[in-house]
Ligand binder design. Structure first.
Ligand SMILES: NC(=O)C1=CN([C@@H]2O[C@H](COP(=O)(O)OP(=O)(O)OC[C@H]3O[C@@H](n4cnc5c(N)ncnc54)[C@H](OP(=O)(O)O)[C@@H]3O)[C@@H](O)[C@H]2O)C=CC1
Ligand SMILES: C=C(O[C@H]1[C@H](O)[C@@H](CO)O[C@H](OP(=O)(O)OP(=O)(O)OC[C@H]2O[C@@H](n3ccc(=O)[nH]c3=O)[C@H](O)[C@@H]2O)[C@@H]1NC(C)=O)C(=O)O
Length: 275
């Protein structure tokens, strides 16, 4: 099995951390052998993940799970397929699926399902038909068709196991490219430009409100600790300009503290912080 030492800049969009061994299983048997070891993290595109420099853990990338089967009303894709590849296929074959996610830098199918990614009122689970996964408990391939445990940025994965493949409902659309352009423009109106190093939203939105609005009103837009800061574009994005993991944590705590003091609201992390 291929194992490579990759830096945090290669593994995650925010690029905080050091470098780590990453395993690239090619098939289910190799994935099984890794999943037996409890101490692994599955890494997708790393667009929602922040890593500590001192991690002594193995990472597993399903980058080699790249199958794509396009049918009349559905598409089945391996966990390692990138969102950008799916969006390109949507344009080429003219079908609607994830245009609302256009603009998320490096996301993979596994990560999108595991987090029930969503934007602009749409969520992954609305399009799911089934998820094939390697169960941590049985080490067998199982199929999930009941998505009642999926919620706001939440699914039973990765705790339940590693997503290896997902099937989504699709439908024909002549205007898929225009739709993508619309969503990318909406994103660029409010969120930092894609070339900045961020991990997307830092905190989940509290019920009925927006974490970005509260952080902004607490005066944190542009506030920095060392090399990390709350973005001037959108206060719920932390931008890395050469900072460390401890600076990131300090900034997160500052955000939590100020919002709690001013509004009495407890913010909950949306990014996956791995220590
Ligand atoms: N809505 C938006 O505007 C934006 C959304 N995003 C988020 O970024 C994510 C993009 O995905 P990606 O970059 O690939 O994710 P990541 O690599 O950042 O992983 C995110 C989570 O998914 C888990 N995961 C990844 N692959 C698998 C798999 N095959 N099976 C089970 N669990 C898995 C990880 O597990 P583990 O804990 O083991 O590491 C981790 O908990 C989306 O979920 C989305 O929420 C990002 C930016 C903007
Ligand atoms: C970026 C992510 O998801 C995003 C997703 O892209 C967008 C678009 O649908 O909606 C959510 O952002 P959001 O709730 O902050 O949406 P926005 O429309 O930008 O902001 C909500 C409100 O807060 C205000 N706002 C936002 C940021 C800020 O600094 N100041 C401010 O006042 C905005 O003006 C708006 O009135 C998701 N965030 C969460 C935590 O749910 C992600 O998952 O990583």
């Amino acid at each position: 099995m291929e194992v490579r030492e990759l830096s945090a800049k290669e593994l995650t969009t925010i690029g905080i951390g050091s470098s780590y061994p990453v395993y690239f299983p090619e098939n289910l048997e190799e994935l099984k052998s890794l999943l037996r070891n409890e101490d692994i993290f599955i890494i997708g595109g790393g667009s929602n993940t922040v890593l500590s420099e001192k991690l002594n853990r193995k990472f597993v990338s399903l980058r080699k799970f790249r199958n794509i089967l396009l049918e009349e009303d559905r598409i089945t894709v391996g966990a390692g397929v990138k969102l950008s590849e799916l969006l390109a296929l949507q344009i080429q074959k003219k079908f609607s699926l994830f245009e609302f996610l256009a603009g998320i830098p490096k996301a993979t199918v596994g990560g999108l399902v595991a987090q029930n990614a969503g934007a602009f009122g749409h969520e992954i689970k609305d399009r799911l038909v089934e998820v094939k996964f390697l169960s941590r408990e049985t080490l067998e391939v199982e199929v999930l068709r009941d998505f009642s445990e999926f919620g706001y940025r939440k699914s039973p994965f990765p705790e339940l196991g590693a997503v290896v493949e997902a099937t989504f409902k699709i439908f024909h659309s002549q205007k898929v490219k225009e739709e993508m352009k619309k969503f990318v423009s909406l994103r660029l109106e409010k969120q930092p430009p894609f070339y900045l190093r961020t991990a997307g939203s830092t905190f989940k939105n509290p019920p009925g409100d927006s974490a970005g609005r509260l952080l902004d009103l607490a005066g944190l837009k542009g506030f920095s600790v060392g090399g990390v800061k709350f973005s001037e574009f959108h206060a719920n994005f932390i931008v890395n300009e050469g900072g460390s993991f401890s600076e990131f944590l300090e900034l997160v705590e500052m955000g939590r503290k100020k919002v709690k003091e001013k509004f009495g609201v407890d913010l909950e992390l949306e990014v996956r912080v791995i220590t």
